[in-house]
Design a protein around this ligand. Structure first.
Ligand code: ATP
Length: 139
């Protein structure tokens, strides 16, 4: 467990990997109902997440990773994020995200009623989120 009072232990887990395991001072996530700022020793909580950057502060430095929905659980000063896909900035393939964005754009623009619009919009959100995280953050 993280040191009481100063940090919360943040774990981000996907089907492929444990993407992040850090003691951090603050976490900002986008839940279905809106943004949630999480301080150490937060009350127990479960919430669903949107496709969005997850921000966290480590040693006073703001860091970020891309999280493609999922959910979070907070218990006993441990925050666990379980997501179908999450990437640190350095793990993001910008070319791949750009191609995914262009594919989704084309699908949405050429839509003659025969595409799954919701699926294309979600693909677009994932691509935009990855591009934002990769362009704004380095680590
Ligand atoms: P694509 O069409 O390029 O596969 P996608 O949004 O459909 O994009 P996901 O289904 O969200 O991809 O992710 C599938 C796997 O590929 C996950 O493990 C995810 O972390 C990884 N991934 C997807 N896009 C990227 C990227 N641009 N850079 C690094 N990893 C990626």
């Amino acid at each position: 467990m993280a040191e009481k009072g100063k940090t919360i232990h943040l774990e981000v887990i996907t089907p492929d990997a444990a993407v992040l395991q850090e003691d951090v001072e603050f976490v900002l996530v986008r839940a279905l109902d809106g943004d949630l700022g999480i301080m150490p020793n937060h009350a127990p909580l479960i919430a669903s997440l949107r496709i969005a950057p997850l921000f966290y502060d480590k040693n006073g430095q703001r860091k970020c990773l891309s999280v493609a929905a999922g959910f979070l659980e907070i218990n006993d000063n441990v925050m666990t994020v379980i997501s179908p896909a999450a990437e640190l900035p350095r793990a993001i393939d910008v070319k791949r995200a750009q191609s995914a964005k262009e594919r989704a754009e084309k699908r949405l623009n050429d839509n003659h009623g025969d595409i799954d619009v919701e699926r294309a919009k979600l693909a677009m959100q994932r691509a935009l989120c990855r591009l934002h995280v990769a362009n704004e953050y380095t680590e």
